[in-house]
Design a protein around this ligand. Structure first.
Ligand code: HEC
Length: 98
C-alpha cells in the first residue's frame, strides 16, 4: 500500500519543479533497509544508484536536512524522525556510492 502511494507521489514529484512532501511514516524501530525500500528506492535505485555523496556531504547533519526538508528534486519526509531518522542516515552513509 505505502509502496504504491509512494510510487505515485514519486512519479508526480519528478514532473514538478518543487517536490513537496511525502508523508511516509516508518514503524517505530524500522530498519534502514525497510525504510529505504519503502520510501527511497523508487528514486534512489538503478540509474540514480544509491547516493554519491561528496566528502563534504557525508555528514549526518546534511543528510538529515535533505530527508527532513527535501530539495528541488526530492520530496521532504517530515515523518521520518528521531530514532528512525538516525537509523536511515546511518543506512545512507553505509550505502554511499553503491
Ligand atoms: C521522488 C524521488 C525521490 C525520493 C522518493 C527520494 N529521493 Fe533522495 N533525491 C532525489 C533527487 C532527484 C535528488 C537529487 C537532489 C537535488 O539535487 O535536488 C536526491 C538527493 C538525495 C540526497 C543527497 C544526495 C546528494 O548527492 O546531495 C540524499 C542523502 C537523499 N536523496 C536521500 C534520500 C532518502 C534517504 C530517501 C528516502 C527517505 C530519498 N532520498 C527519497 C529524489 C528522491
Amino acid at each position: 500500500m505505502y509502496k504504491k502511494v509512494g510510487f505515485i507521489i514519486a512519479s508526480t514529484a519528478f514532473l514538478a519543479a518543487c517536490s513537496g512532501t511525502n508523508d511516509y511514516t516508518p514503524a517505530a524501530g524500522a530498519t534502514g533497509q525497510s525504510m529505504y525500500t519503502a520510501s527511497c528506492a523508487s528514486c534512489h535505485n538503478g540509474e540514480f544508484h544509491h547516493w554519491e555523496l561528496t566528502a563534504e556531504e557525508q555528514n549526518a547533519e546534511y543528510i538529515k536536512k535533505v530527508i527532513s526538508e527535501g530539495t528541488m528534486g526530492m520530496p521532504a519526509f517530515p515523518n521520518i524522525k528521531e530514532a528512525e531518522l538516525e537509523t536511515l542516515v546511518k543506512f545512507v552513509l553505509e550505502n554511499n556510492a553503491k
